[in-house]
Design a protein around this ligand. Structure first.
Ligand code: GLU
Length: 610
């Protein structure tokens, strides 16, 4: 989940490496480090506990200089966050390595290497890589061969870059389960775990495939498949003009991304919809024909993406008449499941690199699904490349660790999938038109809803001292309550739970007292009366209610109930609209509590480890 950057150039690469780390910091941020080879051919390394800023300050105090280098921002999996566990790790002041992922057989390798005289200075799994490469070099004296031999002994997931002091104009790269991309320059080349890191220096990229080992020098790039055969991988030019490093007028990326949702959603819809419904090409060439065969949909995802899948299940069965299951990827991948005939496998992930989702896709492909569809925000990601069909959410780069615009655009993608599946089934022509028009109105509705920000900011004060919160919803708003609770947990560290409102009396009602805020998601649909009864159940027990309601539902604010009126919208769109005030609530609560909103503790953006 960490960030990796590397460079081989003629110029000093320190600033390129540090800027790359700043851009990747959202992926992992408990410690950071850099190692370069200068004109004196000496390995210079600086590592720090904490964020990239601390590393940059250390480098400013004690400048490094070098034209070949590697850098890393860490999200610890093995060994606590500390300077000695920060990457790059070195072996005998010769080999330096940065690594993303987990080496599962590290303990066994460590004890063998220790018996052979290698001295370990950290608790990480990563350090075995440095020593392994050095050991192999003693017999081959060829860095490429040494790395190939070393990686053949590793089990687990990795993206890595290796530097050898005695071969100063070369970097070795390897990928298995963690993304790795080469950035092509003129007379210089780069590497990173995400192209975003390299946008200031290049727009031309080569994505390594699973099992690839590559070497880059200033002028050459040589890539080898897992069996050691030279291979060519396509060069892709990115048109990304968006400077993700810029917060604009916003205090945090999360707030910026919340406010970008109307634009993100209109980008998601563009060119995919006309008055009659979803265009045939929306899910890829030939997808429309394939979708006609589908009788069942299996959705797999994690975290926020899982919540979007849960919403889709309500839509899919109610509107398209297609049965649907939704499962957490880390569960699906380790159990035996039964695939119904004519099933579609849908995976959802912002980054397309979520380790569990990717593993679930790989498993799913062996189980007999008709086809696989990825709903994803990152073109060229592993999930997209390995799925038969892909729907790109076009949300733009999302930096805040707590997902916002990726979620709402996933919902839009799933809504379009429902329309596409419904075409040949229960959705009549008129209903298709109605739903297409509703989707088209969405960006405007989102704009309207965001106007509530000042009201919600005031409300957030009530939560400053709270330790717990309960979120309630019914129907497709139940997953939205779950997403609201997750957001609050992630960034404000308040313990929050979501319940289907009908479940209250089966347990959670016991928790309700004056210290427990209860947030209710209450659009004006056919479940409103039921929900109103649930609200009364809470009131009778002295709970303080915060009700996000449709303005036409006419809930009234009173001493024990604050009502936040939302604009009336098409019933189908409520999960998307009601997400926004809950995002804003968690954001403003986190700001009041003074947490690190964009980089909350213990989390990272792109969960590329299991
Ligand atoms: N497993 C390695 C460590 O704990 C790498 C973690 C990461 O991907 O940042 O150092």
């Amino acid at each position: 989940m960490c960030g990796i950057v590397g460079a081989v150039a003629q110029r000093d690469v320190i600033e390129i490496l540090l800027e790359g780390l700043r851009r990747l910091e959202y992926r992992g941020y408990d410690s950071a480090g850099v190692a370069v080879l200068g004109s004196d051919k000496q390995l210079q390394r600086v590592r720090c506990l904490g964020k990239v800023k601390i590393l940059a300050d250390a480098v400013a105090r004690d400048p490094l200089q070098g034209s070949t280098g590697i850098a890393h921002t860490r999200w610890a999996t093995h060994g606590q966050p500390s300077e000695r566990n920060a990457h790059p790790h070195v072996s005998n002041d010769r080999i330096a390595v940065v690594h993303n992922g987990i080496i599962e057989n590290h303990a066994k390798l460590r004890s063998t290497l220790q018996e052979q005289g290698f001295v370990f200075t950290s608790e990480t799994d990563t350090e075995v890589i440095a020593h392994l490469v050095e050991r192999e070099l003693n017999s081959t004296n060829n860095l490429l061969e040494a790395v190939q031999k070393a990686v053949s002994q590793l089990h687990g997931a990795y993206g890595m870059v290796i530097l050898d002091k005695q071969d100063p104009e070369r970097l070795l790269l390897a990928r298995s389960g963690s993304p790795m991309v080469i950035g092509l320059g003129i007379g210089e080349n780069f590497v990173a775990s995400d192209p975003l890191a390299l946008l200031p220096v290049t727009r031309r990229f080569i994505y390594l495939e699973e099992g690839d080992v590559a070497e880059i020098t200033r002028r050459d790039v040589n890539i080898f498949s897992s069996d050691g055969i030279p291979v060519t991988r396509d060069i892709r030019e990115t048109s990304a003009t968006y400077d993700a490093g810029d917060k604009g007028p916003y205090r945090h990326f999360m707030l910026k991304e919340i406010f970008e949702q109307p634009l993100a959603v209109s980008n998601t819809l563009e060119g995919r919809l006309n008055e009659a419904g979803v265009l045939d090409e929306t899910f890829g060439n030939g997808a429309a024909e394939l979708l006609k065969k589908i009788e069942h949909v299996q959705i797999i995802a994690c975290g926020t993406s899982y919540h979007s899948g849960l919403v889709a299940r309500y839509w899919m069965e109610a509107l398209a008449g297609v049965s649907c299951n939704v499962e957490i990827a880390s569960e699906f991948r380790y159990r035996k499941s039964v695939v119904r005939p004519n099933s579609l496998l849908v995976t959802i992930s912002q980054s397309g690199e979520t380790a569990d989702t990717l593993a679930a896709l790989r498993l799913g492909k062996t189980l007999g699904y008709v086809t696989s569809l990825a709903i994803c925000n990152v073109a060229g990601s592993s999930l997209v490349r390995e799925s038969d069909l892909a729907f790109m959410t076009r949300a733009g780069t999302e930096i805040g660790v707590a997902s916002t615009k990726a979620f709402t655009t996933q919902l839009v993608g799933l809504a379009m999938l429902v329309l596409a599946l419904g075409k040949s089934r229960e959705l009549g022509v008129e209903r298709q038109r109605e739903l297409a028009a509703a989707l088209k109105s969405l960006p405007g509705m989102l704009e309207e809803t965001l106007k509530l920000a000042p009201v919600i900011e005031t409300l957030a004060v009530d939560f400053a001292e709270k330790q717990h919160a309960l979120f309630l919803g019914r129907g497709e708003e139940y997953p939205i309550a779950m997403e609201g609770a997750l957001k609050l947990k992630e960034i404000s560290y308040i313990h929050a739970e979501a319940y289907a409102a009908g479940e209250l009396k089966h347990g959670p009602l016991a928790l309700i007292d004056a210290d427990m805020p209860i947030i209710v998601v209450a659009p004006n649909n056919d479940l409103l009366e039921k929900l109103a009864s649930n609200i009364e159940e809470v009131r009778a027990r002295g709970g303080m209610l915060y009700v996000f309601a449709d303005q036409t539902a006419h809930f009234e604010t009173s001493a024990d109930m604050k009502v936040i009126n939302l604009p009336h919208c098409h019933e189908w769109l409520t999960p998307i609209i009601y997400t926004l005030p809950l995002q804003l609530l968690s954001y403003y609560v986190a700001v009041i509590r003074g947490t690190d909103v964009d980089q909350p503790r213990n989390l990272a953006k792109s969960v590329t480890v299991e």
